[in-house]
Design a protein around this ligand. Structure first.
Ligand code: 5GP
Length: 192
């Protein structure tokens, strides 16, 4: 998505530890008009699938998923980062290592909101090593639901998450893929 690449070049800041900061339009302040275009693009890419639910993880995925969901006409379910997990069997649980905070979280989702009847599109803001997406895929598998695809706003292609997911046959589509980044340059991978 050309407009996204231009926005990243204009507003993105590369931080130590391979972190791209896009706080001015995605991760802190949210440019809703622009995120609306992102939502439309996800619908253009995945709109032919029988998707009845969008799944994301708190916090940054939620706003993007909600805007995209309006084009699909489906609900959003978000996995929550939990302090403690109750063991009464009403929750799917998995663990996710946070790329930005370097710690592991328990992540939960109520069994009420994801079942074997569901056809799921996963949406998230970034794909780096793939921990967040893999946690969501674990939950989908536990539910017996069908994964229809994974939509990512910014993939850091120099980290292995996207490569590993595609090698497993997961249909990952990223609106921008960063090939390399340094303090003063960001390069994107060619996409069809
Ligand atoms: P992964 O789990 O694929 O290693 O990392 C993806 C998650 O970490 C995303 O949900 C996102 O919140 C966060 N993340 C990873 N890399 C970046 C980055 O470069 N910038 C920002 N803002 N978040 C990132």
């Amino acid at each position: 998505m050309k407009a996204l690449e231009e926005k990243i070049l204009r507003d993105g800041q590369v931080r130590p530890g391979n972190i791209l900061k896009v706080d001015s339009f995605l991760n802190h302040q949210m440019d809703i008009e622009f995120i609306n275009e992102i939502g439309k693009e996800f619908h253009r890419l995945f709109g032919d699938r029988p998707i009845n639910k969008i799944l994301t993880i708190e916090a940054s995925g939620i706003g993007i998923a909600c805007i995209a969901a309006q084009y699909f006409g489906v609900p959003v379910v978000f996995a929550k980062k939990a302090q403690s997990v109750n063991l009464d069997g009403s929750l799917y649980t998995t663990q996710v290592e946070s790329f930005t905070h370097k710690r592991t979280y328990d992540v939960i989702l109520s069994k009420k909101f994801l079942t074997a009847e569901d056809h799921v599109l996963v949406i998230d803001d970034f794909l780096a090593n793939g921990c967040a997406v893999n946690g969501l895929l674990d939950i989908i598998e536990s539910a017996g639901a069908t994964l229809e695809g994974v939509g990512i706003v910014i993939e850091k292609g120099f980290q292995d998450g996207g490569k590993e997911l595609r090698a497993r046959g997961v249909d990952v589509k990223s609106l921008a893929i960063i090939k390399s980044m340094t303090d003063d340059s960001i390069e994107f991978a060619e996409q069809d």
